[in-house]
Design a protein around this ligand. Structure first.
Ligand code: MN
Ligand code: MN
Length: 454
């Protein structure tokens, strides 16, 4: 067996590792959606001395800056000793995770029960999302401009909701189906009430509407302009008898986002300007104005350059071309229960540090950013110089499946990009698992990259 991060740490370092992970576990537990992740990131950033970009007239070395894009996407910078135009060292990750979203007309009554209709978001094995406690987190935006925050199911004493599943006693036909159809998308509806109001038509629904009006001032039509995400209820937990892992919702990709965020908080003024960009919508193709395909990132870098007196587009292009990026997203952790989908030499293992994927994609690397070997060599040097343990891996064996990340989108700006990240078990299940050793080592890798990549 090759060495792990656990083997190289002394007791003092291990204590640091556990303390770092406890902070992560708490942050993750209250940051399950892109919106709550941004709210908590802004709060932490301000405590770490970051200020909104618009509050700066000019930018000088050591300045700490953030830009919040619509509450769902955030970009942070620490201005380097070199001018911004010389290029950035960028850490990127996504903060949306697979889940169920309420439809725009969600509420209905059927056979004496009130339900919320959902449309799932991202790639899920639907049968995993039933018979488990769920929370409702999001916003309802009213016509008058009021935004009502919804967060039901995570606070002590809160009720939870959930999707029902068929009892085993009556499931013989259901269990003969293939996995992808055992539970269908339109069956992923939430049971939300069973008390009838004193009304003729849909009395149980009427009772829920009255409750929503009384407690939140929401009318039925207001769901048309709402974004309510249905996420597993409850805190992330220590996992394993030795507490070496964390089980929780949304490690993909909040584990890379959190560690990247902490790295930019904790670096001294770097040589090159450091950047951390956390984006929305990766799980559905990085689309929309808060996803990585948005021009938001380029516009923000242009604003930064302008505050250093550089307003030409050519300067922006040169800056982006001279930038380097670790595009971080979770990797598939080797699972001894399912060895057949992995190729052992090129797999990610728990405890062996941050993963670098030269490429991702599917069916012959299709759709992948394939990092240039010259750049991979530089990344190896920076990791070795900083005593960071890393592993190189692929997303499963050839033709077992595959997937993509945001890496190619930034590579389109002509910067050097490599896929990096943390190994996870149960990817896209309601509860995913990571190794605390990898979480800590990724944080150390990000600091090394921001500080030393030239
Ligand atoms: Mn991901
Ligand atoms: Mn994913």
């Amino acid at each position: 067996m090759n060495k792990t991060v656990w083997n190289k740490l002394n007791e003092e370092e291990k204590a640091k590792l556990f303390a770092f992970n406890e902070e992560y576990r708490k942050f993750l537990s209250v940051s399950k959606t892109e919106r709550t992740f941004v709210i908590n990131s802004v709060k932490a950033a301000e405590e770490a001395g970051f200020r909104p970009l618009e509050s700066f007239d000019e930018l000088k070395e050591g300045d700490k800056v953030y830009v919040n894009n619509r509450g769902k996407n955030i970009c942070l910078f620490v201005i380097g000793r070199q001018p911004v135009k010389n290029g950035l060292n960028v850490l990127g990750a996504h903060i949306d995770s697979p889940r169920l979203d309420l439809k725009q007309h969600p509420l209905y009554e059927k056979d004496g029960l009130a339900l919320f209709d959902t449309h799932y978001y991202g790639g899920i094995k639907k049968y995993q999302w039933v018979a488990t406690p769920m929370a409702l987190v999001g916003v309802v935006c009213k016509k008058d401009g009021t935004v009502i925050d919804i967060n039901i199911g995570d606070k002590a004493g809160d009720p939870v909701v959930g999707v029902s599943d068929l009892l085993i006693h009556l499931a013989s036909k259901q269990l003969a189906k293939t996995g992808s159809t055992v539970v269908e998308g339109e069956q992923l509806d939430l049971l939300v009430g069973s008390i009838p109001a004193d009304e003729e038509k849909d009395p149980v629904k009427a009772n829920i509407l009255k409750l929503l009006k009384d407690e939140y001032d929401i009318e039925e039509d207001d769901f048309m302009s709402a974004e309510i995400e249905v996420v597993p209820a409850g805190e992330a937990r220590d996992y394993g008898l030795d507490r070496s892992m964390i089980m929780g919702y949304g490690h993909d990709d909040k584990v890379c986002a959190y560690t990247s965020l902490k790295a930019i908080f904790d670096i001294e003024t770097p040589e090159r300007t450091a950047c951390c960009i956390l984006v929305d919508k990766e799980e559905i193709g990085s689309v929309g104005n808060t996803g990585m395909q948005s021009r938001f990132f380029e516009y923000t870098v242009a604003e930064l350059l302008a505050k250093q007196g550089e307003e030409s587009q050519l300067t922006l292009f040169r800056c982006l071309s001279d930038s380097r990026m670790l595009s971080s997203d979770v990797s598939a952790a080797y699972d001894p229960l399912y060895p057949e989908v992995m190729e052992a030499k090129n797999s990610a293992y728990f405890g062996k540090g941050i993963c670098f994927n030269k490429f991702t994609g599917r069916g012959g690397k299709s759709g992948s950013n394939d990092a240039n070997a010259e750049f991979v060599a530089k990344v190896r040097r920076v990791m070795d110089d900083n005593d960071v343990m890393f592993q190189t891996c692929e997303l499963g064996s050839v033709d077992a499946g595959g997937g993509g990340t945001i890496a190619y989108i930034l590579a389109n700006l002509n910067m050097d990009v490599i896929d990096a990240g943390i190994a996870v078990q149960n990817m896209h299940a309601p509860n995913e698992v990571v190794s605390k050793a990898d979480v800590y080592e990724a944080y150390r890798a990000y600091i090394a990259f921001l500080k030393d990549m030239d």
